[in-house]
Design a protein around this ligand. Structure first.
Ligand SMILES: NC(=O)c1ccc[n+]([C@@H]2O[C@H](COP(=O)([O-])OP(=O)(O)OC[C@H]3O[C@@H](n4cnc5c(N)ncnc54)[C@H](OP(=O)(O)O)[C@@H]3O)[C@@H](O)[C@H]2O)c1
Length: 214
């Protein structure tokens, strides 16, 4: 399947590319700058120029699935979080509907929809993610929402803990970006994850087993 990775040049997005190749999919990397193309080709993904703050029809057209791993990041202000993580995500979801790209895997965050489980500095981010996630859940897309805890750059173990609500404070539990990428990619091959929304942390259960048991 042709899979569009949105945020492919990001720390998590890059890790998704080899996993999709391994699973027999064709990863296509949505990037904002032509200068990022060489890196994407070297990783094994066809680059596609696109920006969540611009029209996306031509970018999405022809893909069977989208994995959303983008985000404005912590260095920008709250306005950019709304522009990218909320309005940009909603624009992408609506474009997927219009272009009949039915499968959508969203990288969200632990404590989205439960700001009382997060420090004040994350509230604007969690509010933007909550609006985007609600829009996705209410859409007719085949959606999965993955809500990891604090993302680390540690090597992945391939073992995780997932549940609708892991009851942790955001930042109180971690998971590597590598294992998060494994979850996002593996959701495509676990149709039982369609309609699911779950939190994820490092744990003891192999990714495939954890997803199959959802
Ligand atoms: N950090 C955490 O502990 C944590 C915890 C839970 C969830 N999350 C979620 O995980 C996401 C990914 O984390 P990460 O560390 O992999 O992020 P990252 O390295 O900052 O990557 C984010 C990617 O989004 C892209 N992007 C930004 N604005 C865009 C736009 N307007 N259009 C298209 N792409 C755009 C960036 O593009 P460029 O490469 O061009 O800049 C970048 O490639 C975060 O954004 C957050 O929503 C993070």
């Amino acid at each position: 399947m042709d899979v569009l990775i949105v945020g492919a040049n990001g720390k998590t997005g890059r890790l998704i590319i080899p996993l999709l190749l391994e699973a027999g999919h064709r990863p296509r990397a949505m990037i904002r700058l032509e200068s990022q193309s060489e890196d994407m080709l070297a990783l094994g993904a066809e680059p596609v120029l696109g920006d969540l703050e611009a029209p996306l029809e031509a970018v999405v057209r022809g893909h069977g699935a989208v994995i959303f791993a983008a985000g404005s990041g912590s260095k920008t202000g709250p306005e950019k979080t709304v522009d990218v993580d909320q309005i940009g995500a909603i624009s992408l979801i609506d474009t997927c509907l219009a272009e009949n790209c039915r499968r959508f895997v969203m990288l969200s965050s632990m404590a989205t929809g439960a700001p009382e489980r997060a420090p004040q500095k994350l509230h604007h981010f969690l509010a933007a993610k909550a609006i985007a996630d609600a829009h996705l859940s209410a859409s007719a897309l085949d959606a999965t929402i993955v809500r990891p805890g604090y993302l680390s750059d540690d090597a992945g173990t391939g073992r995780i803990r997932i549940a609708e609500d892991l009851g942790q404070i955001a930042g109180g539990g971690h998971i590597s970006r590598e294992d998060t990428a494994r979850i996002l990619a593996a959701c495509l091959d676990h149709p039982n994850t369609i309609g699911a929304c779950f939190e994820a942390l490092a744990g003891d259960t192999p990714v495939a087993d954890a997803l199959a048991a959802l």
